[in-house]
Design a binder for this molecule. Sequence first.
Ligand code: ARG
Ligand code: ZN
Length: 871
Amino acid sequence: GHVHLADYVPPAWRIRHADLAFDLDPDATEVHARLSLDPDPDQPGQPLVLDGEELTLLSIAVDGRPLAADRYTYDGATLRIDGLAGACELETRVRIHPAGNTRLEGLYPSGRLLLTQCEAEGFRRITFFTDRPDVMPRWRITLRAARERFPVLLANGNPVARRELDDGRHESTWENPHPTPCYLFALAAGDLDRVTHSVRTAEGREVELNVWAEPGDVARCEYALGAIERSLRWDERRFGRGYDLDVFNVVAAQDFTMGAMENKGLNIFNARYILADEATATDADFLAIESVVAHEYLHNWSGNRVTLRDWFQLSLKEGLTVFRDSEFSADLHSRAIKRIEAVRVLRGRQFAEDSGALAHPVRPDRYREISNFYTLTIYEKGAEVIRLLHTLLGEDVFRAGMDRYFADNDGRAATIEDFLAAHAAASGRDLAQFALWYSQAGTPELSIAEDFDAATGDYTLTVEQHVPPTPGQPLKQPMLVPLRFALYDVAGAAITAAPETDAAINPAGFHGVATNGAIVELVAARHVLRWRGLPGKPLATFNQGFAAPVKIAFAQSPADLARSVRVERDEVYRWDGLQRLAMRAILQHDALAADALEAALDDLLADPAADPAFVAECLALPDFDTLADAMAPVEPDALLDARDALLDRLSRALSAPLLARYDAMADAAAQGLEGPAMAARALRNACLAWLTRHDPAARLAQRQFDAARTMTERGAALRCLLHFGAPGAAAALADFRAQFAHDPLVTDKWIGWVVTRPQASASDDVAALLASEWWKPANPNRVRAVLGNFQRGNPRAFHRADGAGFRLVAARLAALDATNPQVAARLLGGFEGWRRLHPPLRAVARDTLAGLEGQLRSPDCRDLLARLLVD
Ligand code: ARG
Ligand code: ZN
């Protein structure tokens, strides 16, 4: 059955304090819980109902007295106790079996470590509890284990006591004084080593920052440690938020289903977002590590201090925290590049989600399995909605709204209404229409038409808004869309006159200061902007900075589009203009667009003032997902052939400037982890990939591979060798594989390059990997490396007309679902776009999915399969 947002009822019992003691052992861990319970005075006489899964109940007592067997029931999902009179203390002892936990939810082993993952509903696999985010006790956690096997014992909060026990065991006690829901509970135990650094916060608190990893890995933790300090300082400066415990611990684990988890004072990370040095991690890895470290750190306020009333509010913490971490990265590095990267993901992946079978609003109003809602819509579109609010209010008013939100909701379980109310109060604005961004799914589409009357000099822009239907939402209301725009005259100078926006042509009214480079706030399905008496037809540009997460259709000649890219200074717009030229060249076989793109890239490669990282972004043509989103129905082979043809043409025509740039940046690329060096390597690698298309011997790539100092250079070269079938590819791969055989994260890298070789026959390589010692289905990173990269990163082979690509993934789903449903569900979700495929391939996809019915047992996969196949 579904859970509905409208059915929310506060908990009938609150937990004031939770005191937990663990006797840790992989085969049988005992958990002793003492919970101080208070009935909700507004709901007297309700039974106590606690969640609990796969728990063996050893004893149960209330206020120190054992509970008779007829006083409670446990059906494997809930423990129910009737007849409790008032405030009391419940004491339970349960046994759990971490070694048998393959779901990596609850308490589980990763290598020699024991650790936890509770969000969203994993805590019920540890002990009996009200497993919902609006129950927020204060905590005391005691861990006991054999000292030799588990020398380090970590939990949430501050360490308060340690002692030796007899028979080689030891004990460590932690206190978390902040009201904290159980999804933020964590422990980690094992042979861990650390890097450490102390800081004094702006409020004067001494905080010990630690990054823990298995002993052989700790040398690669320094960068993550620095990223914690940068995050802490940034949140103090930009949002006025300080850290609130004496320690901040981070643990790296090789087996982890997600990226990382913001448990109070004890973040647990997928090792791929912690471990890095220049020999094993790429520049992109370093930036991703910094961004994920920041994301989890920043949750301490947006998520932990202010938590969620219920899981429908998930984007309240995730969208807000993605917005915060992206501002962090933008403040520390290039704002434009960060934005371009975000737009790429949004357009390629979130727009596809919004137009596919699994589309849902930023705040869904029902779910069957909450794990299926950790999506690009909740995270990335949720962050875009915060960015829209920031754009509408401006930095200062937005900051005042955030201050108010934190002040009003500290220690509470909040809702999206609470968030909007704080911003409405701080800004004096009515945000009722804005709130549609949370409730309506689908990407808004703007179609913009221009008209110029040469006789009068009158210029009008007509802007129409349409939000397409999505599952369960056939009809939509117009959204509040802040649309940035600018007009330029024939000489390229900005036209600063404001348009007329009179009531006669805008019956719905009009907001916003419509001057050049500014914003019009679209509120109705149709708006008209008019300028009178212009000397010539102006050039219009829209959505600078990609301020609004919308699709824009504006009929413009390739020449005008190319000219707008030269005139506009906003780098995100300029990058986007080139992407649109490429899309027209690929999807409409528009030769003029291809010519204009070639000329623009030629200029850019020759421009010494252009940021090399920006040039590299411009050389990365729109990916398959972005192109497919603009094509209906989707014909993968035709689309990819057209994309390859454009790449062949451009790389051939531009080979001289590409080579010149590649050579000229050799010195800058050799310099370390500073921005200019990363930018130089990014552009060199982009040039290398284009140059290798016309270099059958791949001499340049081979040379870079042999001489590489960093993984950024070595990896990009190996990828070129593999993807272009260079003569030296097999030897280079063998060499690389041997060098890093002991390192699972680097192994994931070469697997990723192998399975994304852009030929249909790559599915044979995947099949070979699946039959090899490299296939480790218990490790989520490896599953993603082999199957996730193939599915998302090899559109050619995944979409093979004979269905071999689909079947390769589908055939693994039943086994994966039986061990780790969340990992299986991610792969199943990769079929979200199947209905948009052209008929023969759609039929193959339907058969593949239909063949999975009855094979997938988890609520996660059954929910997704039902939504994928519903008519
Ligand atoms: N809260 C974590 C983060 O984004 C992710 C937890 C994901 N949990 C899940 N069941 N998918 O920082
Ligand atoms: Zn998060």
